[in-house]
Design a protein around this ligand. Structure first.
Ligand code: PLP
Length: 390
């Protein structure tokens, strides 16, 4: 901690906890103290810690080939692209390393699509309260001024509208619109789901104005909502043209992906985009193993996610400082009338890891292997802490 204070950029406000190892749903600090991990490195450790099948493929692949660059083929990028294509309903993949990088590539696709039609077609609609990453493009469409204000001017053309506001959506579209970017369930913005009507209208308007609909599934995707992707949650699935995601894909090895239909993918011609590390053999092999395990876990995510939601709702009913419980599957927010930070610290002291987003929303992103037993444990701790709130 002292060394970090002296030698690191002081951009993070870390919790006073040094994690040393993990097993299943639990993480352990240097002294061996156990924590029930219901935040999973902000949705990355989706299979918990040290999953035996993931450990096995990492060990095997580390001894074979860690990196090849995109100068050459390796055995795993093609099969992973095929797998993600089947899961997403979108034909083509581009692999990178992080969420913001995937968003950046998705935005290049949107801008190239627009520019091919007209030099004036460069507007990108996104939502207030959204979060799309920290690089310049992704930041320019992030609908929270606190992240943008120190870096302006950013990429021009961003237009922000309120969540689920059909009139504002309709008014924002024009022939200048190149794309619209949506998180189907806003993560950093406080676990706010979009209504199916809003998404349907966005699809209709994107088609009418020849703009690309981009789903940012970095936080709400890859199994977390109980379906592969959050846009598949409704009976009538509305396909985006582009989907970007990252976090849990390779269980802690950095891997991001852009999935695109043929129309969107055709905007990127040879030489227009690339990555040195993106889609390396280690990350792709781990992701293929993760996809196999995810298929087995989807019913459990739905069942245990539903159970967690019900338990949190019961707790909420007993405490007037709880405004609302929101979310789907294993992505749940408990919105409070009071700041959540102290509750997060108190939970940590009781052996439960969660975090707070948007000041008042306690965020739960448990691992997909979680069972009712761990949910009961977490809710018991929360009940004790909620009972002490004055
Ligand atoms: C919806 C969304 N998009 C993009 C990002 C950025 O991802 P990364 O931190 O991997 O760059 C995040 C990170 O939390 C996110 O939640």
């Amino acid at each position: 901690m002292d060394l970090e204070r002296e030698y690191l950029l002081q951009n993070y406000a870390r919790y006073p906890l040094v994690l040393a190892r993990g097993k299943g749903c639990y993480a352990y600090d240097l002294e061996g103290r156990r924590y029930l991990d219901f935040i999973t490195g902000i949705g990355v450790n989706a299979l918990g810690h040290a999953h035996p099948r993931i450990v096995k493929v990492i060990r095997e692949q580390a001894a074979l080939l860690l990196h090849s660059s995109n100068l050459y083929y390796h055995q795993y990028q093609g099969p992973l692209a095929k797998r993600l294509s089947a899961m997403s309903g979108l034909q083509r993949a581009f692999f990178c390393n992080t969420g913001t990088e995937a968003m950046e590539g998705g935005l290049k696709m949107v801008h190239a699509h627009g520019r091919a039609i007209s030099p004036e077609k460069y507007e990108v609609i996104s939502l207030e309260n959204s979060f799309h990453g920290r690089t310049f493009g992704a930041l320019s469409i992030t609908g929270q001024a606190k992240y943008r204000q120190d870096f302006e001017p950013l990429v021009p053309g961003a237009r922000f509208i309120p969540l689920n506001d059909l009139e504002a959506l309709e008014a924002a579209f024009s022939d200048r619109t190149a794309g619209i970017v949506l998180e189907m369930i806003q993560g950093e913005g406080g676990i706010n789901p979009l209504t199916p009507q809003f998404v349907a209208k966005a699809r209709e308007l994107a088609d009418r104005f020849n703009a690309l609909l981009v789903a940012d599934e970095t936080q709400c995707g890859v199994g977390r909502p109980g379906t592969y992707f959050a846009y598949q949650r409704t009976n009538h699935v509305i396909l985006p043209d582009v989907m970007v995601t990252a976090k849990p894909l390779a269980c802690g090895i950095p891997l991001g992906v852009i999935m695109a239909n043929e129309k969107a993918a055709s905007a990127i011609k040879p030489g227009m985009h690339g990555s040195t590390f993106g889609g390396g053999p280690l990350a792709c092999r781990v992701a293929l193993e993760f996809c196999d395990i995810l298929d087995e876990l989807l019913p459990q995510i739905q069942r245990v996610g539903g159970y967690l939601h019900v338990q949190l709702n019961e707790l909420a009913r007993k405490h007037s400082f709880v405004k609302e419980v929101r979310g789907f599957g294993l992505m749940i927010g408990v919105d409070l009338h009071i700041p959540g930070k102290q509750l997060v610290l108190d939970a940590m002291a009781e052996g439960l890891l969660i975090n707070c987003t948007h000041d008042t929303v306690l965020r739960f992103l448990p691992p997909y292997i979680v069972t009712e037993r761990e949910v009961d444990q977490a809710v018991k701790i929360l009940a004790k802490l909620f009972g002490k709130v004055k």
